[in-house]
Design a protein around this ligand. Structure first.
Ligand SMILES: Cc1ncc(COP(=O)(O)O)c(C=O)c1O
Length: 282
C-alpha cells in the first residue's frame, strides 16, 4: 500500500496543461453537448481500461440509477440498503417505486443477502444493493436470490468504479450497474456518472433514454419522464455529460494508466484493514 493520504473530499486533478490539448479540440469543433467525440472517447477508453463492454456516460450517478430503473420498466418495491447516500433511495422514489430497507452485514457494511428473502412480497420487483466504499457485495448470493424470485438487480456502484470481483469489473454484475463520477469519487468528471450492462438490448435502451428518448433516426421511441437535477454540468434537463467535463475523466482514465485500479485497491485495502476485519471479498 502506498504511503499517501487520499482525501475523500478533494477531487483528483491532473496538472492543467494535461487537459488543455483536449480542450482546444472542443473549441475547434464547437461541439459542447450531445454525443460528441469526447463523450464517445471517454466511454471507449474507460470501457477498455475496466475491461467492460458498455459504459453509458451520463450527467450524474443519481440519474444513472433512475435510468436503470426506467430501462428495466420497474414499478413496485425495491429492496435496498439503509447504509448509503440518500441518492440511492431518492432515485427509487423519483421513479415511483417504493424502497424497502434490508439490514446490512456488520463486517462489510453491505446489504446482508441472507436477510433479503424475508422482505420479498408479491410487489417486489428488484434488489438495489450498494458496493459500500467500493467493497463488492456478495454478488453470488444476491444473484441466486434474484434468479429464484425472478427479480431484477441494479447495483449502486457509485463508489466502486475500479473494483473487481473474481478478476472481473464489479460493474458487469446484475442487470445494470450505476456509478458516479462526481468530484469526490475515485475517477471524476466534476459531475458525472454512468450505466453499465452486458445486455445489448438494455444498452441500446439506456442510450435512447439518455438522448431524450430518441433512437439513432431521431424518432422519439422512449417515454421521457425523468427529471434531472441541475448540476455543474450546466445542462438543465440533459443526461449526456458535457464535453468540457469529460475531459477531466479522459485525462485520468487514459493518460494515467493503472492509477484507477491502484487507488481503488488502496482504498479498499484501507477500509478492510481499519474498518472491516472480516471482509473476504476482493
Ligand atoms: C452510494 C451513492 N449512490 C449514489 C450517489 C449519487 O451520485 P451523484 O452524486 O453522481 O449523483 C452517491 C454520491 O455520492 C453515492 O455515494
Amino acid at each position: 500500500m502506498q504511503d499517501k493520504t487520499i482525501y475523500v473530499t478533494q477531487p483528483s486533478l491532473a496538472p492543467l496543461d494535461e487537459y488543455v490539448e483536449l480542450l482546444k479540440g472542443v473549441w475547434e469543433r464547437g461541439i459542447l453537448t450531445h454525443n460528441g467525440p469526447l463523450v464517445q472517447q471517454f466511454e471507449n477508453d474507460l470501457s477498455a481500461k475496466l475491461g467492460i463492454k458498455n459504459f453509458v456516460a451520463v450527467t450524474n450517478g443519481t440519474i444513472a440509477l433512475q435510468m436503470a430503473i426506467k430501462a428495466l420498466g420497474l414499478k413496485g418495491e425495491i429492496i435496498t440498503t439503509p447504509f448509503t447516500w440518500i441518492a440511492t433511495v431518492s432515485a427509487i422514489k423519483w421513479e415511483g417505486c417504493t424502497p424497502v430497507f434490508c439490514d446490512i452485514e456488520p463486517d462489510t457494511l453491505n446489504i446482508d443477502p441472507y436477510k433479503i428473502e424475508d422482505l420479498i412480497t408479491e410487489k417486489t420487483v428488484a434488489i438495489m444493493p450498494v458496493h459500500v466504499f467500493g467493497n463488492p457485495c456478495d454478488v453470488d448470493a444476491i444473484d441466486a436470490i434474484a434468479t429464484k424470485h425472478n427479480l431484477k438487480v441494479i447495483y449502486d456502484a457509485a463508489h466502486a468504479i475500479g473494483s473487481t470481483y473474481k478478476g472481473k469489473s464489479i460493474l458487469e454484475f446484475g442487470d445494470i450497474s450505476a456509478t458516479s463520477l462526481h468530484a469526490t469519487k475515485l475517477l471524476n468528471t466534476g459531475e458525472g456518472g454512468g450505466c453499465v450492462t452486458t445486455n445489448e438490448e438494455l444498452h441500446e435502451k439506456l442510450k435512447r433514454i439518455r438522448f431524450f428518448g430518441h433512437n439513432e433516426e431521431k424518432d422519439i421511441v422512449e417515454d421521457q419522464t425523468i427529471a434531472c437535477r441541475i448540476g455543474m454540468q450546466v445542462q438543465v434537463g440533459r443526461r449526456i455529460p458535457h464535453q468540457v467535463l469529460v475531459v477531466l475523466g479522459i485525462v485520468t482514465a487514459e493518460k494515467r494508466p493503472g492509477s484507477l485500479p491502484e487507488i481503488t485497491m488502496d482504498i479498499t485495502g484501507l477500509v478492510q484493514r481499519f474498518c472491516l476485519p472480516k471482509n473476504n471479498h476482493t
